[in-house]
Design a protein around this ligand. Sequence first.
Ligand SMILES: Cc1ncc(COP(=O)(O)O)c(C=O)c1O
Length: 371
Amino acid sequence: MFGPTGYIAWAERLFGKVELDLATSGIPVVNGDALAPIAEAGARRAGDGACYAELRARIAVYNGVPATEVVPALGTTHGIFLAYAALLSPGDELLVEHPGYEPLTRIAEGLGVHVRTFPREPARGFGIDPDVVAGAMTPRTRAVVVTNLQNPTGVRTDDDTIRALARVAGARGAHVIVDEVYAPFDALAEDGVFHGSARNLAPNVVAVGSLTKAYGLGPMRIGWLLAPEPVAARGRDAVVSVAGHLPLVHASFGVAAFDHLPALSARATSLFVGKRAIAEDWANALGLRWSAPSEGLYGLVTVPGAGGKDLLSEIEAHAVETGVLVSAGTFFGVPEGFRLSWASCDEGRFREGLSRLARLPSISASASPPR
Ligand SMILES: Cc1ncc(COP(=O)(O)O)c(C=O)c1O
């Protein structure tokens, strides 16, 4: 049975509803004049059944995989669901990274899958240690799931590490699932292609992704599962069982979105470039721990003086008082920290948000010199 996802409920209540949103992790949604050409092209073909196959082909080209390995999905979230539905049965075990994105766990639990975690250690820059994963696997582990860029730290895992992870999983007949929703951020697809899908790294790696976070198309839900053909076929069976088929407008708007990817990439790049260094300088100046992502839209801050204290209520109260919201680490398994995002504010507003955020009681207490 599916239970509530605390993080999503919190995000729906607060994200985008404050003056300075340093919490939302995606490029702001495209609308108005920027959306019009996509919406018009999508609407023109809204009755054209050929769009189903075309969307699949576009997703394949974008990710550099054969179309037979593609299952279109409603965002990365649905891609995760389809990956689990295709690979896992009730009673199986899934190994999830910690800290991590809560839906990776809740979706599995809803499918009757038993979830265990493996650590991504702060002392190792939140990297993945394949030996640690090997030690955490049991004979019941059918898949290992990781995010890349990682949520909430923003840290990238390199191809060799994913290959090593695939070997560790493969030794037990298991798959690796890579959630790539934030992966395009080192080189947004100005040529209309994402050059780094993990699906191409090993036969037992499946990948999920979407055009939601990196291109400002969250509401369009253009996502996918990329998997070896037999797994992709089970993913398609899951779509049929759950929805019959996806809406034709999803396909026609999806094709139009791919046609406009270079422009969407340029827009996204202009919105986030340059702010990561500001965040890093701010965290370092205050003596906070910083996950030090090398790209992307967010990083994880932990407050060394907080002593493991849960900052959730403090973060909420501070948002009401100062209009600045960050993503409480509580929902990622890091209660003494928060995810800091520079996706939503321009540079001036971002700096203003950081200066107000420095007054969060635990940060002020941690940053004050000892008396
Ligand atoms: C790691 C991760 N995967 C997936 C999603 C959801 O992506 P989508 O909107 O494409 O379903 C998010 C959203 O925050 C995320 O952080």
